[in-house]
Design a protein around this ligand. Sequence first.
Ligand code: ADP
Length: 139
Amino acid sequence: MERTLILLKPDAVSGKFCGKVISRFEEAGFTIRGCKMMQLTNAILREHYAHVADKPFYPEIEKFMSSIPVIALVLEGDDIVNVMRDMLGVTDSRKAAPGTLRATFGKDVMINVAHASDSKETAEVEVKRFFKNEELFKY
Ligand code: ADP
């Protein structure tokens, strides 16, 4: 079984639609292995967003992602990394396919509902970045 790391971003938390997003994950048959609220620091954000840290818009991402706490989830399911990226839609919410989470709940290219790992390898690194072993549950 494959795992992925999800961050429900500040827009989902402040917009009070985390529950609706999590419902979609449950309806898709995914299993919640870990779940917690976190205030992200600039240090963890710089690591997590290392691939865009040199972009001119990076300071905005840091400000947005640390503006209020996020909800971090580890979800498990068949081919979940690919299935989740399809469910989420492309980065720019305005260009995301109808029915995707970003098309439904997102605002623009930065304010876009959730982060989801983009490969199996990244997922394993990201799960470890945000969760200790004892925060993940087998049941
Ligand atoms: P994704 O989250 O779809 O995997 P990226 O890894 O390319 O996208 O970017 C990470 C995050 O950085 C995006 O989810 C978004 O919040 C932000 N971002 C990406 N591109 C831009 C941009 N051009 N302007 C502002 N924020 C951006």
